[in-house]
Design a protein around this ligand. Structure first.
Ligand code: C2O
Ligand code: CU
Length: 480
């Protein structure tokens, strides 16, 4: 009996071998909260939002807003199908909530005050309790004054694993990388979230400290020629990351909603705010040398490339071990079945930034309606819709829909290959993106917005009401 089980297991694939030097990820390893539930299918953790001093560099400490005192917050790990219970406490000086970005939660767990749950006031708590259905790298952040609160440091990663990927992807050395930035002065005091006024809103403020797992330019170690799996999330409130490992090819195997249809090789990988990428990286070079992972300049609108230089993100130190001989690249495949585009109900959204008015007031609009006047768009439970989102502004917008995955379509309404589940997609300036989304059995009023959180604050938001419930009365008072 035992023997046949072992045989069946090895036939399904080899356990992957680790090649990385000992403590290779020590500088970037994320803390995970203790699971206090003995049931193997329930992950039950505590999470407290509070102000804490964090060290972003050896000589730079910042009073940040944190989950559990860390920047980023702890890495919460679960297996697809698990129930996740999070006992959240707010010890911040402001109300907050937790939004589970990309997770198909029931509406009451979506973390949007005035729409899906009350604010969690200072000193109060809330229990988030839901099943994590889908494998993938997700993340959590507040949905109250989010440009400010995310910018101050409130974000963390939620890794939902599919144990089969250990053998199908076959890479033992895996790390989760949370990319972000922080705006603080040289005494470590956070810059106010509204610095820069309405020009700051239009641009989307970036912080001068560029961080990987909360640190300025940390190091990891690798053996030359040995693959590592990097699971990357962009948690910055505005900054794009355009990844370049000294022009070495990287294999992208997945994105927002887990593995994609097949792997593709890329020299550069763009990660817009809110997006995730799943990469197999095989650093090459002479033993004992180093490589630098950089973020190259990416033009997302005026001010994003002028007078700016690429940022160094991470140093990869190659160990003295001889380079590993070339191994076959990971063959990743996943059967994804997006709904049919024929018969999908169309919805057109046009994103604009009208000229500044006489009072100096500036706001983004969706279909020419300011958010404070907007009514929800409607969808039936189980309905498939084809959204055509036209960006008529001079800025890129990472468009995010809560609660549901979508697939991106080309001009002929054919799904873009490789097929992938997305919840956030960059819409370059003056272009149009088509999304096919199937609203499953979870009714409720769900947000969509730009994940440049200053743009969301500036009005680039809306909601879709799934099912025939009443629209929330408070929609127009919501601050993203
Ligand atoms: Cu990360 Cu409303 O989203
Ligand atoms: Cu935007």
């Amino acid at each position: 009996m035992t023997l046949s089980l072992i045989v069946a297991r090895s036939a399904a694939g080899q356990e992957p071998v680790s090649f990385a030097p000992p403590d290779w990820d020590a500088e970037v390893r994320l803390a995970s909260p203790a699971d206090r539930n003995p049931d193997p299918h329930i992950v039950e953790v505590d999470l407290t939002a509070r102000v804490a001093e964090v060290a972003v560099a050896p000589d730079r400490r910042v009073q940040a807003w944190t989950y559990d005192g860390g920047l980023p917050g702890p890495l919460i790990r679960a297996t697809a199908g698990d129930r996740l219970i999070v006992h959240f406490r707010n010890q911040l000086p402001q109300p907050t909530t937790v939004h589970w970005h990309g997770v198909r939660v029931p509406i009451g767990m979506d973390g949007v005050p005035g729409i899906s749950q009350p604010e969690v006031k200072p000193g109060e708590s809330f229990v988030y309790d839901f099943v994590v259905r889908d494998p993938g790298l997700f993340w959590y952040h507040p949905h109250v004054m989010s440009a400010a609160q995310v910018g101050f440091g409130l974000y963390g990663a939620l890794l939902v694993e599919d144990p089969a990927e250990r053998t199908t992807v076959g890479v033992a050395d895996e790390v989760t990388l949370v990319l972000s930035d922080l705006a603080a002065d040289n005494r470590g005091v956070l810059e106010p979230a509204d610095s820069g006024g309405s020009a700051g809103m239009v641009f989307g403020r970036e912080g001068a400290y560029v961080l990987v797992n909360g640190k300025v330019r940390p190091r990891i170690r690798a053996r030359a020629g040995a693959p590592q799996r990097w699971r990357v999330v962009n948690a910055a409130k505005s900054r794009y990351f355009y990844l370049d490992l000294e022009a070495q090819p990287m294999q992208q195997i997945g994105g927002d909603g887990g593995l994609q249809e097949y792997a593709v090789t890329r020299d550069l990988v763009l990660v817009a705010p809110g997006e995730r990428v799943d990469l197999v990286v095989t650093p090459r070079g002479a033993p004992g040398t180093s490589l630098t992972l950089r973020s190259l300049l990416y033009n997302r609108g005026y001010g994003s490339t002028e007078f700016r230089v690429p940022e160094d993100l991470l140093t990869v130190d190659l160990s003295d071990a001889p380079p590993l001989a070339d191994r076959p690249a990971a063959v990743v495949s996943r059967a994804l079945a997006p709904p049919a585009a024929e018969g999908a109900k169309p919805l057109e959204l046009v994103l604009t930034l009208p000229p500044i008015d006489e009072q100096g007031h500036n706001e983004f609009r969706v279909n020419d309606v300011p958010f404070w006047k907007a009514r929800p768009y409607r969808a039936a439970v189980g309905e498939t819709q084809l959204w055509t989102v036209r960006n008529d502004t001079e800025w890129d917008h990472p468009f995010h829909l809560h609660g549901f995955f979508f697939t991106v379509l080309d001009e002929k309404n054919q799904p873009v290959r490789p097929l992938a589940w997305k919840d956030t997609v960059n819409i370059p300036m003056k272009t149009t993106v088509r999304l096919l989304v199937s609203f499953d059995e979870r009714p409720g009023e769900w947000m969509f917005h730009c994940h440049i959180l200053d743009h969301a604050d500036g009005g680039l938001m809306g909601t879709v009401l799934v099912g025939d419930g009443e629209p929330s009365a408070h929609v127009h008072t919501h601050t993203p």
